[in-house]
Design a protein around this ligand. Structure first.
Ligand code: FE2
Length: 434
């Protein structure tokens, strides 16, 4: 074998997959880029071995919602002084004419390096198609080619200024798909009227159905309780037989919707197989801005959707761009924020937040061979934590990242050496019990 990871604790969802009642450390055997064995005390040898020593080994983090054309542009051409969504959109408009393909590629490649170091090995990125030059599309297709040996980059043709509102946007979107962009995007709440928004959803879903493509729309990203494009998106998904291939991103208006209406909406979403992608870091900072107090959180109804049987994942959305000046590609930070904002502090709920940045997101992207089982792709992360909850709590160090069977990143564990009144001590922030 090429590699064996010894004494690995798996996330709950992976243990459930193997119907293991009593969780115990397992050895993971890897050969030719695939997992070939998963059992305790594997009697085999390999060219390289990693001793996880009871630490959590997980399939990689998956970011189902990102904007790689804007990432790491913080401060260009100026910073977002107010920190609001509208100033962010204005800033992006100022930056767009100055973008060059070289600079776009350089920033995206730097971000992908950060992602790999964080164990983030699959990203769905929206790419703005409203610029007829399609500069960002060409740049991100080039990035997709360059990172393909170690990172899955899926691109969404995103008409940032509205597919109906922005002249030529639908043609640009189709050109982008023709060039190799994977998924059809949209932004119905940004069209001029509610009716135009609904029309844009119908048009884009019909196009996706014709082309056999997935759909992921920025949908209802506002505090308006009457912004209900998610209803149209779910109904169109059902009408066109796109079940399991459509996602609504953000859905922040659901936070403010009438409860009775939502009790009808959730079953419609479940029955049409529409997934939901919340972006906790961005939703908590950009929504509720026109409120005084009480101030709404703005994130969509994550635990309620999960309880209704809807696929829900968390995305990062932004890192150091016109909308968000923080972030480092750490999906554990995303899960940490999502857990807090949604008050998902029950034990099962905390594990569900870990699933929201791993398995759930992988299903939304339609990733093949994702998971820890013989036959799966050998994409794995060794975390400095004993379980998923501890990983979220500590935003645990990614001790080793394995992509396509190769170790592509290593990082030291976070430790502090104390000297207190002459008493030396080592701290690793885990609670060690005798
Ligand atoms: Fe977004």
């Amino acid at each position: 074998m090429d590699l064996i990871i010894r004494r690995a604790m798996l996330p709950r969802s992976a243990f459930q997959q193997h119907q293991q009642q009593h969780q115990q450390p397992l050895d993971i055997g890897i050969d030719a880029g695939r997992i070939v064995a998963l059992e305790p005390d594997l009697a085999a040898s390999a060219r390289e071995e990693i001793d996880a020593a009871g630490s959590l080994v997980t399939p990689p983090f998956v970011d189902p919602h990102f904007h790689m054309d804007a990432t790491l542009s913080y401060g260009l051409p100026r910073v977002n002084a107010s920190g609001t969504l509208l100033e962010g959109i204005a800033l992006w408009g100022e930056l767009k004419p100055q973008l060059t393909q070289e600079a776009l590629i350089e920033r995206a490649m730097q971000y992908c390096d950060w992602a790999v170091a964080r164990g983030l090995l699959a990203i769905r990125s929206h790419v703005d198609v409203c610029d007829p030059r399609l500069l960002a599309v060409e740049a991100l297709l080039e990035v997709k080619r360059r990172v393909a040996p170690y990172l899955d980059l899926q691109l969404v043709a995103f008409p940032q200024d509205g597919v109906l509102r922005s002249a030529g946007a639908f043609d640009n979107l189709k050109r982008a798909i023709g060039m190799g962009v994977d998924v059809v995007g949209g932004i119905p709440h940004f069209e001029r009227t509610m009716a135009d928004g609904a029309q844009s959803v119908r048009m884009l879903c019909e196009y996706a159905a014709e082309q056999g493509l997935r759909v992921d729309m920025h949908c209802d990203e506002s505090d308006d309780p009457l912004s209900r494009h998610i209803e149209t998106l779910a109904a169109e998904t059902h009408r066109l037989g796109l079940h399991g291939r459509v996602a609504g991103s953000h859905l922040t208006s659901m936070h403010s919707m009438d409860n009775y209406y939502v009790s009808k909406l959730l079953p419609l979403m479940r029955d049409s197989g529409v997934a939901a992608i919340a972006n906790p870091l961005i939703n908590i900072t950009l929504q509720g801005r026109s409120d005084t107090y009480p101030k709404r959180r703005g994130m969509t109804r994550v635990p309620e959707m999960m309880a209704a049987g809807i696929e829900v994942a968390f995305g990062h959305d932004c890192v150091m761009d016109p909308w968000y000046s923080l972030g480092s590609g750490d999906m554990l930070e995303v899960a940490h924020m999502g857990l807090h904002v949604a008050q998902m502090t029950g034990v099962d709920a905390m594990h569900a937040c870990f699933d929201a940045v791993t398995v759930n997101a992988a299903r939304i992207l339609g990733l093949e061979g994702y998971g820890i089982a013989p036959g799966c792709a050998a994409n794995l992360v060794v975390l400095d934590a004993r379980d998923a909850v501890e990983a979220i709590r500590l935003r645990a160090a990614r001790l080793a990242v394995v992509s396509r069977g190769k170790v592509v990143s290593r990082a030291p564990a976070a430790r502090a050496s104390l000297s207190l009144e002459g008493r030396p001590a080592q701290v690793d922030f885990k609670l060690h019990r005798a």
